[in-house]
Ligand binder design. Structure first.
Ligand code: FES
Ligand code: FES
Length: 171
């Protein structure tokens, strides 16, 4: 057993004792009931299980949860798909996913949403030229697998959020 304490969507959890071999995915889904984080391949290949890790230096990254033990997130601040909407109001990216019919079964959607949100926050700090936007989105979403093949719609949904606020996201 190992002691685990972390912050999820702004709320502190722990310290609590968890098994050393408990994956972060099982911790979120089975212990906390945060089932928005999915379990797909279980092999760090699809990223349907990815959550956002907010680093102390202000940067954020996504990390899979299926192959990483819960104790690997000890002391970290993370965000899951449940943490995006505030007071029932969807984020601009969530609304764009809906308006683009970006998802079909929705299994990959939390991972794409987390990755897209990280990208938007990065662009807000470090805008890119319009000419580089398509590649930037492609590279950001690369690695996320969608068995319903919604790649283009996810890409377009992210792009529309950027283009709707060019002063914020573009040079
Ligand atoms: S379920 Fe974690 S990467 Fe596929
Ligand atoms: S919407 Fe079904 S896997 Fe992506």
């Amino acid at each position: 057993m190992t002691t685990l304490a972390l912050t999820i969507n702004g709320r502190a959890y722990g310290p609590m004792d968890v098994r050393d071999d408990l994956t972060m995915n099982d911790f979120l889904r089975e212990y906390l009931g945060l089932t928005g984080t999915k379990f797909g391949c279980g092999a760090a290949q699809c990223l349907s299980c990815a959550v956002i890790v907010d680093n102390p230096d202000g940067t954020s990254v996504t990390r899979p949860t299926c192959v990483v033990m819960a104790v690997g997130f000890n002391g970290k601040a993370i965000r899951t798909v449940e943490g995006h909407a505030k007071d029932g109001e969807l984020t601009a990216l969530q609304k764009s996913f809906v308006s683009h019919f970006a998802f079909q079964c929705g299994y990959c959607t939390p991972g794409f949403l987390n990755e897209g949100q990280v990208l938007l926050e990065r662009l807000a700090k470090k805008p890119v030229a319009r000419a580089d936007l398509e590649n930037t989105i492609t590279q950001a979403l690369d690695g996320h697998l969608c068995r319903c093949t919604g790649y283009i719609k996810y890409h377009e949904a992210v792009r529309d959020v950027v283009l709707a606020d060019p002063k914020r996201y573009l040079i």
